[in-house]
Ligand binder design. Structure first.
Ligand SMILES: [Zn+2]
Ligand SMILES: [Zn+2]
Length: 82
């Protein structure tokens, strides 16, 4: 089961593949993204020590999708670890 949000009436309901909102029959439905998912994603991106010096503190550059080690200045790509 997944959580869906109706964009018309904001009803949140559980369904696998809903066709329309159970309350207002609107077909404007979107999957609800859980906050925890976003948080753990950010954690993933920050995780991992510097490959050069093993340091764990980084300056994150989201625009360039890079992280810079505070210790040695190494630049590493900010990518999802999966
Ligand atoms: Zn609705
Ligand atoms: Zn480093």
């Amino acid at each position: 089961m997944r959580e869906w949000v109706c964009e018309n009436c904001n009803l949140v309901f559980l369904s696998e593949e809903p066709v329309s909102c159970p309350r207002c029959s609107s077909k404007k439905l979107r999957l609800k993204r859980k906050e925890e998912d976003e948080k753990s994603e950010a954690k993933d991106l920050k995780a991992g020590a510097c490959i050069n010096c093993g340091g764990s503190e980084f300056i994150l550059d989201w625009k360039k999708r890079e992280k810079i080690c505070k210790k040695c200045g190494s630049i590493m790509p900010l990518v999802r670890m999966h």
